[in-house]
Design a binder for this molecule. Structure first.
Ligand code: ADP
Ligand code: ASP
Ligand code: MG
Length: 418
């Protein structure tokens, strides 16, 4: 039997009517002759509520119990989806992660897949089950504890199942009808893309476009999964939505293909650290050990150079805003141990990151200059810059974030197709 993977995100299973609507889409594919693996998220808002309950109960929570609690939202929707399908006359069964069993690493709240054995599901498909409904976002560690895959992780569950079962396609049903040149909620000029290259989608996702979890794109690229994003609220067919695919399948080619943003950034500066070999390692080693995901880094000679005997430098880095407390603690401990010395630790939590992405940048000069010009025309000050082969990111004051996204979308004429 040909097999499809269909994933429904939180807003697509937000209540019983929406679950019924999603189930109807599944039923249609079964009628077309497919076996289907359905991956469901928790009802929208549920995971946030569960995270809130954990944080209220235990601010520095045990990660294993965090996973035990926040994985539960998906269990509810998986069971309800199976029931709804059964009511429609479709032979369906739900599976929690441990029942498959979905084997992952033990990195709680950021676990990675190790193995998805096929035997249990295959046996049921052979017995006549048409739809396996899988609770997304969760798995089982080697220690037999429940794990979760990080926010947005059901996308990755979907792609991993598509790879493990050799699905014809992996369809990600969500509340927008595809991948856009930027978040359609920020810019009404955002344009839907028919296709986007894996590498571009990977950058956009990792730079904040939450339409797909980064890891899901990585897996799809590695295992050559045909990955599609489409709307669960509209009638759809084989040509709907956006196909995430190899570069060779893409005809359209603009230098910049999308703008991404990330609101939840913070900037930290260690003022006047010694400028000596090993200093970066003495700072970023403890940060890594504390689980801080450092993103951008700038080292610049301190303006207060004259006050110091030795050569000194300022070290600036960015990290997610909810890791600031951990980062501060790690730096203070390193200072107390005498591993580093600094005069001040300045924290700026009112920043956002805005990025432009495009594989065309590889062969095109001047994109950075054009980006900075567009921001300067809006009087937006750039605090930190970082670049790679196919993206340029800037850190700016958060209050200018939407303006910056719109200005860059205009500057690179993304509303027009190539
Ligand atoms: P789901 O609950 O279905 O997983 P998400 O909220 O995780 O949905 O992702 C869909 C959202 O991603 C959209 O509502 C949209 O606001 C946001 N988004 C951000 N960037 C983009 C983009 N470039 N294209 C489409 N959607 C985007
Ligand atoms: N429910 C989880 C979250 O909100 C996983 C997902 O929906 O993909 O992050
Ligand atoms: Mg999502």
């Amino acid at each position: 039997m040909p097999l499809l993977v269909m994933k429904f995100g939180g807003t697509s299973v937000a209540d019983l009517d929406r679950i019924a609507n999603a189930a109807e889409k599944v039923r249609r594919e079964v009628e077309r002759g497919y076996d289907v693996i359905v991956i469901v998220s928790a009802m929208s808002g549920k995971t946030n509520e569960l995270v809130g309950w954990v944080e209220q109960t235990s601010p520095l929570y045990d990660a294993r119990e965090y996973d035990a609690v926040v994985s539960s939202g998906e269990n509810v929707t998986a069971g309800l989806m199976a029931l709804r399908l059964q009511e429609m006359g479709v032979p369906a069964r739900s599976w929690q992660g441990w029942q498959v069993p979905i084997k992952t690493t033990s990195a709680h709240s950021a676990a990675r897949f190790v193995d998805i054995p096929r035997e249990n599901l295959d046996a049921k498909f052979e017995e006549g089950m048409k739809v396996a409904v899988i609770a997304g976002f969760q798995g089982l560690s080697e220690e037999n504890r429940i794990t979760t895959l990080g926010r947005g992780g059901s996308d990755t569950t979907a792609v991993a199942f598509a790879a493990a079962f050799g699905a014809e396609r992996c369809d990600i049903y969500t509340d927008v009808d595809g991948v856009y040149t930027t978040d359609p909620r920020i810019s009404d000029k955002a344009r839907k893309l028919d296709k986007i290259a894996f590498e571009e989608m990977l950058e956009l996702a990792s730079l904040g476009a939450k339409v797909l979890q980064t890891r899901s794109v990585e897996l799809a690229m590695r295992y050559n999964v045909r990955l599609r994003v489409l709307s669960s609220f509209e009638d759809t067919d084989e040509n709907s939505g956006t196909l995430v695919c190899g570069e060779d399948e893409i005809m359209e080619s603009k230098v910049v293909s999308g703008v991404a943003y990330s609101r939840d950034e913070a900037k930290m500066t260690l003022v006047t650290v010694e400028d000596r070999p090993g200093i970066a390692s003495a700072i970023f080693g403890p940060l890594a050990e504390a689980g801080v995901n450092v993103d951008m880094i700038v080292q610049n000679i301190s303006e207060r150079q004259a006050d110091h005997e030795a050569k000194v430098t300022d070290m600036t880095f960015s990290c997610p805003i909810n890791q600031v407390a951990r980062a501060q603690k790690a730096m203070e401990e390193a200072k107390a141990r005498g591993d580093i010395a600094y005069d001040d630790l300045i924290v700026d939590t009112d920043v956002a990151k805005v990025s432009v992405v495009g594989i065309g940048m590889r062969s095109h000069a001047g994109v950075a200059a054009e980006m900075f010009k567009a921001l300067s025309a809006e009087n937006i000050n750039i605090k930190v810059i970082s670049t790679s082969e196919i993206k340029i990111s800037v850190l700016i004051d958060r209050k200018y974030m939407e303006l910056a996204v719109q200005a860059l979308h205009d500057a690179f004429e993304l509303e027009k197709s190539a």
